[in-house]
Design a protein around this ligand. Sequence first.
Ligand SMILES: [Fe+2]
Length: 283
Amino acid sequence: MNPKITLIALLAGLLAMNNAHAQPYQAALAPFYHGVASGDPMSDRVILWTRITPPTGSSPDSISVCWQVATDTTFQNIVREDNTYAQAAHDYTLHIDADGLQAATYYYYRFSAYDKYSLTGRTKTTPIGAINNVRLAVVSCANYSGGYFLAYERLVNRNDVDAVIHLGDYIYEYSSSSILGGVRPHEPNLEITTLADYRTRHSQYKRDPDLMRLHQNFPFISVWDAHETCNDSWADGAQNHDTATEGPWATRKANGIQAYLEWQPIRQPEPVSDPQRILSGSR
Ligand SMILES: [Fe+2]
C-alpha cells in the first residue's frame, strides 16, 4: 500500500480509537444512559437500580419514574410495579427494594421515565434451604484507565452465573496518568476528591459496555475496597491522600462512600445506623 495511504489509514484508525476511548452517552439509551442493575438478592426481594439523566440544561429536584418486575421478558406477567421519584440529592440514582418475590426465581425488570423505557434487566432471587450448587463469579480491581473490561465480557458471555460477587476496587481514584493507567482516559482526568468527582467517575464506569451488560444480566453482591475512596486507606488517612493539599480525610472518605452507595445496586444503610456500614442482607 502507498505509504501515504497507509499513514492516513493509520491516523484514521487512531482517531476512531480515540473516539472509542471517550466513553459515549449512547443516544438510544436515553435517559437511562447508565443501564440497569440489580443487587443484594434475598429469597423474597432484590435491589433494582438505575440512573435517570435529566435533559441537558435542566436539573429538577426530582424525576418521576415507573418500575416493573415480571416473570417474562415481554412483561405480560407483571408481579410488581410502582411509581417513585429519583432525587437530585441522590444524583438521580434509584434504589428499589422490590419485595414479594419467589425464592430462586429469575425476574425481569425495567424502568420508564420521560416516556422512554430503560434496558430490560434480568435478576435472580436466592433459594431457601439446602441447595446442591451455586455458581458465583468473583471479581475485583478493575481500573478503567488501565485497560478494557474483558473479564466482565467473558462473564456476560456465559449464562450460568447465579450472582456476581464484587470485592471492591470497582473504581480507581487515580488520574489517567498514574502508573496503572494510560490506556483509556479517566473522567474527570484528575485524581478524584470531591463528591462531584466521585459521581463523575462512577458515571463513566457504568457507561462501559461490558460492565453495563454484566449488571444487566446478573445481580451483584458488592463491598468496597480501598480505591472506592483512596488507595491503602485506614481509619484516619490513606497512602494516596495528602491532607495538606487534598483537605480533611474524613470529607474525602464521606464523598467516596456517598457516591458508591448512590451508584451501586446495593441495599442502603438504615438512616439511624452507621451510614458507612454495608447492609447487604444477602444469604
Ligand atoms: Fe485492588
